[in-house]
Design a protein around this ligand. Structure first.
Ligand SMILES: [Cu+2]
Length: 629
């Protein structure tokens, strides 16, 4: 069987659609909602949502948590950016974690898995801009680790893909640079001197602590989204690239030349073994494999023009990749992939890496529509592909297909739902596990085009909730989201039990104090220390004395052990605001540069006498006697 890409025919219409997009005046955009649809997403006051939606905040550097089906925003988890709302990035610990960066570009959240099911332990997210990966602990919804910048890795975009038992977070680069980092080579030498990279970020099974395990060198392709294998594809991971042309300028034209780009099929277990066998070469402190010299680690697979993602189905057998400049999505049969590798059925090699024979491994091309990007699964044999150019979601049937279906591939596409506007990512709960929840699909649209009350030029994105429990999809609700959702994860609320108070017994901070009379300040040379208690509704002590030129180190403990009794500590004119959860101690270090009396106060409303919760930082001019001791 031959699969022919009719790219040139549709390219013109695709480019027209890319430029034009959809118009807010389309009659089909009107929502024909009635009471029954409203009821589906209605969560009455006092009642709780069934699912968490963890969606990336893009260049806000944050992760947002909403409820499904209400789509109500519940909480913001700051990851790569300071966030005064929770005091993140102001205390010493989170400042150290952020390092020299005050922003990141959060892309693809990935929940930890055990046996290809969500285990409710951690959420991993990547920073596309500064080449980092972060771990959020779902015990308290807090960022606990930021790893990176990752050596030899530039544009950490194809991330964060979690392996079956969270052995690794797998990462591939969007950009290529001369390696090791710090080296400069002429742009004209891009194809030869620049490289991309696949990285295996090792995860400690007990603590979740991430470390850089190994890397695999790639040609300077721009890697895009990926997924990990399971079942027959256990031990594998997949990424697509939209720039196998290896263009370095005017990519919109120069990276759209080839009718087929490549996906990389990576055997990460083989890579791990090859590194253990000493087949890697150290680059910038990391063992790096050259896949042309280590057979079996990486294969290339032809995919439709300029693909944006590849998604493994819940069984692990069907691997689906879409080229956004093709009207079809290709289903690969991983059993055929393994057979082709075994038989060395290669149609080509590229820089020593075998290119698998497309006809031998493709199960079929599904005519989903214009601009297919990403695919999700409901666990009932259905797939849902986002169509950027059509601004729609296509529902279609996974193999096995009957002969009748094969003869009329259009019949495989069973439904299509317009979304508003121009969908990028979409998510079905548990799609990347072996047991998806199904039920709901969230379309993460790149534009909202004024479907909301006018807020001026900085418009939000829109996310739309679609009921996929029936044969036909139903649009239920739309919400507006901060910039910028790039994928999401859905987790059952009852799958986890986050703590609401940090138990006193677990607080091992050396300067925690638990009663007002223990609160104190003292001087060591040019450093003034303060151990402060925060409790409804006062700080103890309420006065800190120091002088210009001193370093001030404050350890503030919220001694409450009651849910939702949160205190803040904002210091006037010192750019400091920390928020301390019940049972938590935070440390702030600041250099005192100007004399004066500076009020500090509780920034997080805590009681009827919250307004009374305040104190003073007294900074005397340099040279004066500051404190009695
Ligand atoms: Cu307070």
């Amino acid at each position: 069987m031959k699969y022919k890409f009719s790219s040139s025919i549709i390219l013109g219409s695709i480019l027209a659609a890319l430029l034009g997009g959809c118009s807010a005046g389309d009659p089909e955009t009107a929502n024909t909602s009635g009471d029954s649809l409203a009821e589906k997403s209605f969560v009455a006051p006092g009642e709780k949502d069934e699912f968490y939606l963890f969606y990336s905040g893009g260049h806000s550097g944050q992760v947002f948590v909403a409820g499904i089906p209400s789509m109500r925003h519940i909480v913001t988890i700051p990851v790569f950016s300071p966030y005064p709302g929770t005091g993140y990035g102001f205390d010493d610990e989170s400042r150290a974690m952020l390092g020299e960066y005050t922003w990141g570009d959060v892309h693809h959240p990935g929940l930890s898995q055990t046996d290809s099911l969500y285990d409710g332990r951690w959420l991993f997210v990547n920073d596309n801009a500064n080449n980092r990966v972060a771990r959020i602990d779902l015990r308290d919804f807090k960022t606990k680790q930021i790893l990176g910048p990752i050596p030899n890795s530039s544009g950490n975009h194809g991330s964060s893909f979690v392996t079956e038992n969270t052995e690794y977070i797998l990462v591939a680069t969007r950009f290529s640079v001369p390696l090791p980092k710090g080296r400069v080579a002429p742009m004209e030498s891009y194809a030869d001197e620049f490289n991309g990279m696949v990285s295996g970020i090792k995860v400690d099974q007990e603590t979740g602590e991430m470390s850089l395990g190994w890397q695999i060198l790639t040609p300077p392709f721009n890697w895009d989204l990926g997924s990990t294998g399971k079942g027959p594809s256990s031990g594998w991971a997949f990424w697509t690239s939209y720039n196998t042309e290896m263009a370095h300028e005017t990519l919109e034209v120069n990276a759209s030349q080839r009718d087929r780009d490549y996906a990389a099929f990576v055997n990460w277990k083989s890579a791990e073994q090859a590194v253990a066998d000493g087949k890697a070469e150290m680059i910038d402190g990391v063992p790096v494999l050259d896949p042309s010299a280590v057979p079996g680690v990486m294969y290339f697979v032809p995919v439709g023009k300029s693909p944006h993602g590849v998604d493994t189905d819940p069984s692990g057998r069907w691997i689906v990749a879409s080229g956004k400049l093709q009207p079809t999505t290709t289903v690969y049969d991983f059993e055929k992939v393994l057979a082709a590798i075994e038989a060395e059925d290669f149609q080509d090699t590229f820089r020593g890496i075998p290119v698998l024979n497309y006809d031998a491994i493709a199960e079929g091309e599904v005519p989903v529509g214009l601009g297919p990007l990403h695919t999700q699964y409901d666990g009932e044999g259905n797939a849902y592909t986002s169509l950027y150019i059509e601004s729609a979601v296509a529902k279609w049937k996974l193999p096995p297909w009957t002969e009748e279906q094969r003869a009329d591939m259009e019949s495989i596409v069973t439904d299509k739902m317009p979304v508003h506007f121009n969908i990028g990512h979409l998510v079905v709960g548990g799609s990347d596990t072996r047991e998806p929840y199904g039920k709901w699909l969230v379309a993460m649209n790149k534009l909202s085009k004024g479907r909301h009350a006018n807020v001026g030029p900085s418009q939000p994105e829109s996310s739309q909730l679609i009921d996929i429990s029936g044969e036909k999809m139903e649009m239920v609700f739309e919400a507006y989201t901060e910039p910028e959702p790039h994928f999401a994860q859905i987790l059952k609320v009852d799958a986890i039990e986050p703590i609401e108070v940090y138990p006193k017994a677990e607080n091992h901070h050396p300067h925690a104090v638990w009663s007002l009379d223990e609160g104190t300040t003292w001087r060591e040379g040019d450093t003034v220390h303060a151990k402060i208690v925060a409790v409804r509704s006062r700080f103890g002590p309420e006065k800190i004395e120091a002088k210009v030129g001193d370093k001030l180190v404050i350890h503030v403990t919220n001694i409450e052990q009651t849910s939702d009794m949160i205190h803040g500590l904002g210091i006037s004119e010192h750019n400091i605001n920390v928020v301390i959860d019940p049972g938590e101690t935070k440390t702030i270090t600041l250099d005192l540069k100007k004399p004066g009396v500076f009020p500090f106060y509780c920034t997080n409303f805590c009681s009827a006498l919250h307004q009374e919760m305040q104190g003073y930082l007294v900074v005397e001019p340099a040279g004066e006697t500051a404190m009695s001791q």
